[in-house]
Design a protein around this ligand. Structure first.
Ligand code: ASP
Length: 312
């Protein structure tokens, strides 16, 4: 099996001044994941490594530099899913975990549960040898300033300029055919404390099924949940003949992966009138990305091993 990797850094109205940083972040994430896959390493390690790079990069809304909630605190969510077993590990409402994707992996591998939240999740992190950080360590000065602006003026859209970063995710297929998908987020700016969006919810922000492929989503979580977007995209992959909107009228050189990705975003727009994006790999490793936001930061490894990144 030929390995494959795709990553994203969120679908929003990414401002011009953040475009270079988004490209660079996606490149670094691809490099981290691909160094594992190209050496014959496992897809799980690859998605974890790629997502950790994106979590550590304050240009994205995950880990350090996440959006702040109404109280001015970071609360992170993450999930990883194994396509072969349909087993996932997810965590939500994390305040003191530097790399939420690491905890999601531990939950998948070392607990009997699929999802842990808040204090219980953090206690499990400590039991698993993951160090907790000071909540302040996750806050970037850019986000604090943006939060202050948003709070002062009823969260007016203009105050979001300069901090329109998004959720992150990765999907990887390794040489032995293992497929994993992962998503990590700080959620939405000025969210109510305790709010959990689509990202850590199985089938919503992430899904992986060896029969079809793996997906990681981004965008307005309350809408993504309504159409269970990641599972919907996987279902379209299984049944491309149902993709009447994206296949009809488009050029016939679109891959099944591209048609399924577009059809899922079409459904999100039609049924919820909301915006978002997704990345996917089909179970052969063919990549696709689709979004109805002005921009989405994403990238994948091309068949010749070079990296393609885009913020359009
Ligand atoms: N989907 C995320 C959430 O609603 C936000 C994003 O993708 O940027 O929490």
């Amino acid at each position: 099996m030929k390995p494959s990797l795709i990553v994203h850094g969120g679908a929003w109205d990414i401002p011009d001044e953040a475009v270079e940083a988004c490209h660079a972040g996606c490149q670094r994430a691809l490099a981290a994941g691909w160094s594992i896959l190209a050496a014959g390493g496992p897809a799980l390690d690859a998605v974890e490594a790629a997502v950790m790079v994106l979590e550590d990069d304050p240009v994205f809304d995950a880990g350090f530099g996440s959006h702040l909630n109404l109280d001015g605190r970071v609360e992170c969510d993450a999930i990883v899913m194994n396509a072969a077993t349909l087993r996932a590990g997810a965590a939500a409402g994390l305040r003191r975990v530097k790399n939420p994707i690491r905890l999601a992996r531990r939950i998948m591998e070392r607990s009997n549960h699929m999802m842990l939240i808040a204090e219980g999740a953090e206690r499990f992190a400590v039991q698993q040898g993951l160090e907790l950080c000071d909540p302040e360590e996750l806050i970037s000065e850019t986000e604090r300033a943006a939060w202050q602006r948003c709070k002062q003026d009823k969260h007016a859209a203009k105050h979001h300029r300069g901090h329109e970063q998004g959720t992150v995710g990765a999907v990887a297929l390794d040489g032995s055919g293992q497929l994993f998908a992962a998503t990590s987020t700080g959620g939405t700016c000025c969210k109510l404390p305790g709010r959990v969006g689509d990202s850590p919810l199985i089938g919503c922000g992430c899904y992986a099924d060896a029969d079809a492929g793996g997906v990681s989503c981004t965008g307005y979580g309350e809408a993504i949940m309504k159409v269970v977007l990641a599972k919907t995209a996987v279902d379209f992959l299984c049944r491309p003949e149902t993709c009447v909107n994206s296949a009809a009228g488009s050029s016939c050189d679109l891959s099944t992966a591209e048609i399924a990705a577009r059809e899922a975003i079409h459904l999100l727009a039609r049924r919820t009138h909301a915006t978002g994006g997704l990345i996917l790999l089909d179970h052969h490793g063919n990549p696709a990305a689709a979004f109805n936001t002005p921009r989405m930061a994403h990238g994948y490894v091309k068949p010749d091993g070079t990296f393609f990144t885009a913020v359009e």
